[in-house]
Design a binder for this molecule. Structure first.
Ligand code: HEC
Ligand SMILES: [Cu+2]
Length: 436
């Protein structure tokens, strides 16, 4: 490229840039807004909700400052040289020089100084965010599974799945492990994404600020882990220490079975179904119409505080349906559940038959808001469809299709022997919904 065509190209570029100039201000404003408006961007990580995202954000601001400074200086120098030394007609070739010690020392030393300005705060931030957690921290063991999250609170003897309760004002120390492949644990609003690595425990700790009390937050897997990686979500509920204590005390105990209000799975028969029905057997045997459990359940995150961006919106796949008009019976569901394959994979404290550890712990499923690792709302209808054919609801699901006549991708055959009828499924859904 001759120097003339280079200059022509630059001039054309400048003309194009001038045409685009009016766009510059809105673009800058948009980028700036994206960074600060946490209400408009409810999953933003650029806010100070824990020490970890504060440290990270301050480091980022500092790097951005130095990077911008260098960029501006380099560009101004570049443009100056381009215009000051452009070829003029009749001008002789410039003289060639070879080496300039002063210049070379300068352009080695200046970047070294700039790097020091970047390296010192970076290394400091690494040490701060990798430090050992305070001894008083709440311990939470996080175990990634294809494709769901197991949460254990060893200090409280609690095992749960896909919904994490965190008290504010107390450091929480996550011990991150995986049961299979790599995963990555991230709650954007609280900051501090960290990987789950096979045969190793990673740690991450932070303290949700008091201002974060009573918030529902999204959590995701951020390391590609197979077919349903994108469906491996979880919810975080930040609560006050007193609410946490109440929740934890109840989670430790078996579910209160009897707070059952079996809504019909399909709206068709709603009025008729609601009027009959009492629980048969069961530990409690309260009337099904009564919404009040016999024993008070612990604190559950209030539904009205759940903001739209944390409510699952997935709908059941076309073609997967449950026969209309069936009403679930929780006690009958308990019996069917307790003699089905479920018990080999799931644990329900208080149901001695059910001691599996392959799938999520279902002890208090009725007080969770989501199923399928945050993919679906926990409604009796979606729960029934999930039990009928989990792989159709979530590609690759390790939980097999269990409804009679359903296609089971694992065996490449239709479910026949031991397949559940729609009535049995709806009964099991009523049982699980009753586990508050
Ligand atoms: C072979 C093991 C296996 C069997 C059998 C099994 N499940 Fe599952 N179940 C799983 C796994 C694994 C998951 C997690 C799937 C996911 O989210 O990717 C799961 C998820 C669930 C969930 C959603 C839980 C949550 O918090 O997201 C429910 C409810 C459930 N199973 C109920 C049942 C019932 C009821 C039965 C019996 C009719 C049953 N399962 C049989 C392995 C099994
Ligand atoms: Cu994952």
């Amino acid at each position: 490229m001759s120097s003339n065509s280079g200059v022509r190209w630059l001039a054309a570029s400048l003309r194009a840039a001038r045409r685009l100039a009016p766009l510059a201000l809105p673009v800058v404003a948009l980028v700036a807004l994206a960074g600060c408006a946490s209400e408009a961007y409810p999953n933003t990580t650029f806010n100070y909700t824990t020490e970890v995202n504060e440290i990270t954000d301050q480091l980022w601001d500092r790097l951005l400052f130095w990077a911008t400074l260098v960029f501006v200086i380099v560009q101004v120098g570049l443009l100056y040289i381009v215009f000051r030394f452009k070829a003029k007609p009749g001008q002789p070739n410039p003289s060639h020089v070879h080496g300039n010690t002063a210049l070379e020392i300068a352009w080695t030393a200046i970047p070294a100084v700039i790097l020091a300005f970047i390296a010192v705060p970076t290394v400091k931030a690494i040490f701060q965010t990798q430090a050992k957690a305070p001894a008083t921290a709440l311990q939470v063991e996080v175990i990634g599974h294809q494709w769901w999250w197991e949460f254990k609170y060893p200090q409280y003897g609690i095992t749960t799945a896909n919904e994490l309760y965190l008290p504010t004002g107390r450091p929480v120390n996550f011990a991150l492990k995986t049961a299979d492949v790599l995963h990555s644990f991230w709650i954007p609003r609280l900051g501090g994404k960290r990987d789950l690595i096979s045969n190793r425990t990673n740690y991450l700790w932070f303290t949700p600020r008091d201002s974060m009390a009573l918030k529902a937050l999204n959590g995701t897997c951020n390391e590609y882990c197979g077919a349903s990686h994108a469906n491996m979500k979880f919810r975080v509920f930040t609560v006050t220490p007193a609410q946490f204590a109440s929740w934890a005390a109840h989670q430790k105990a078996p579910a209160v079975f009897g707070a059952v209000v079996p809504a019909p799975v399909t709206p068709a028969t709603a009025p008729a179904a609601a009027s009959e029905s009492t629980t048969r057997g069961g530990q409690v045997g309260t009337a099904l119409a009564s919404a009040e459990p016999a024993t008070p359940v612990g604190f559950v995150f209030p539904r009205e505080r759940i903001e739209p961006h944390t409510i699952p919106t997935a709908t059941a796949p076309a073609g997967l349906t449950i026969q209309a008009g069936l009403t679930g019976d929780a006690e009958r569901g308990r019996q069917v559940y307790s003699r089905s394959s479920c018990i080999g994979c799931h644990k329900i404290a208080g149901n001695p038959a059910s001691a599996g550890v392959v799938g999520p712990n279902l002890t208090h499923l009725g007080s969770r808001y989501t199923i399928g690792a945050g993919l679906y709302a926990n409604t009796p209808e979606l729960l029934a469809l999930w039990i009928k054919n989990a792989p159709a609801m979530k590609p690759g699901s390790i939980m097999p299709a269990l409804g009679k006549g359903e296609w089971n991708p694992a065996t490449k055959a239709k479910v026949t022997l031991g397949g559940l009828t729609d009535q049995e499924i709806v009964d099991i859904a009523a049982y699980l919904t009753a586990l508050k």
